[in-house]
Design a protein around this ligand. Structure first.
Ligand SMILES: NC(=O)c1ccc[n+]([C@@H]2O[C@H](COP(=O)([O-])OP(=O)(O)OC[C@H]3O[C@@H](n4cnc5c(N)ncnc54)[C@H](OP(=O)(O)O)[C@@H]3O)[C@@H](O)[C@H]2O)c1
Length: 293
């Protein structure tokens, strides 16, 4: 993704804001060799980069997204490097499609060791532009909350029966930082799945099923590129983001959180009203030429 020329010190700024964690290749290989890892949203971006690194480490990767041709291209690239990859086109927004793909995956591979719930849809739109767009809320919920929840429900029985499984949720730093204008549909749907999985996690841990949530900072992918301001901000490459996901797959931490998020989370909770007022002011300033917003 083209992000232009960057000043000296930019990589440090990226690391400070978004965090950098990279599990060494040999440790990743020891953790995932011959494991069956299902990566949703692996046709592009973070999911594609994650699937490729996991396959290089010896995992059997199952690629899930809607775009069958692109999934096959990624699978071919993995196989050309000697990895094991299988494409499973499916639409997470369609519960029937989720049931069908899980039945096929379990028939083909018997089980899934790790689910990387990464597929997602982002929308940045002011509410004044959304009066006729209730479908924005429906679609973000379908892809970011209901679809991933349906997928977890479909996979959990076999994971609990085997007494082993791991679920990695690729969430966003935005669900931990104070709410931001224009991101209502996206952040509400990501928050819903985050909370749902945290509750579920308490119930299944005793049966050997663990969860990790990555509160991912900015990543320069086709998801962030339509928002000009994000292209100018310090962000990770898809490969750097995939390093965080691979760390979560192998080491199974409760969460991975960028350095700036913990203080922002704490301050936002302690000073909820002034923080909301501050962001409100920012919205008014950046919106001042759009009187109707
Ligand atoms: N980029 C960022 O700055 C950033 C920051 C924090 C968190 N995240 C999270 O990271 C995850 C990956 O984002 P990304 O930046 O890599 O975006 P991306 O490049 O746009 O990739 C999104 C992936 O999700 C798949 N997908 C979308 N709708 C789907 C559906 N209905 N059914 C199945 N698959 C679907 C897409 O494939 P098809 O179109 O082929 O279906 C694609 O593979 C998302 O959950 C996002 O919320 C991103």
């Amino acid at each position: 993704m083209e992000t232009g020329r960057r000043p000296i010190g930019w990589p440090l700024l990226v690391a400070l804001t978004n965090g950098r964690t990279r599990i060494p290749d040999h440790r990743l290989a020891a953790a995932v060799r011959d494991q069956v890892v299902l990566v949703t949203g692996s046709s592009y971006g973070i999911g594609e980069a994650t699937a490729k690194r996991l396959a290089r480490a010896g995992a059997t990767v199952l690629l899930l997204a809607r775009t069958a041709g692109q999934l096959e291209t990624v699978a071919d690239e993995i196989r050309a490097e000697g990895g094991k990859a299988f494409a499973y086109p499916a639409n997470l927004a369609d519960p029937v499609s989720v049931d069908e793909v899980v039945a096929k995956v379990l028939a083909d591979h018997g089980h899934v060791d790790v689910l990387v719930s990464n597929a997602g849809k982002s929308i940045r739109r002011a509410v004044a532009d959304s009066y006729q767009r209730f479908h924005d809320i429906e679609r973000t919920n379908a892809v970011n909350y209901l679809g991933p929840a349906k997928l977890v429900l479909a996979l959990l029985p076999s994971m609990r029966e085997r007494g082993s499984g791991h679920i990695v949720n690729v969430s966003t730093a935005g669900v931990r930082t104070p709410p931001m204008a224009r991101w209502s549909a996206y952040l509400a749907s990501k928050s819903a799945f985050d909370m749902w999985l945290r509750c579920v996690s308490q119930e299944v841990r005793g049966d050997g099923v663990t969860t990790s949530t990555i509160y991912m900072g900015l990543v320069h992918t086709r998801m962030s590129s339509p928002t000009p301001i994000l292209n100018r901000m310090p962000g990770l490459s898809p490969e750097q983001a995939a390093d965080q996901v691979c760390t979560a797959v192998a080491e199974r931490p409760h969460n991975i959180t960028p350095p700036f998020v913990r203080p922002a989370d704490a301050l936002g909770n302690l000073f909820r009203v002034p923080t909301d007022r501050l962001f409100e002011r920012y919205f008014q300033l950046t919106n001042r030429n759009r009187k109707d917003r």
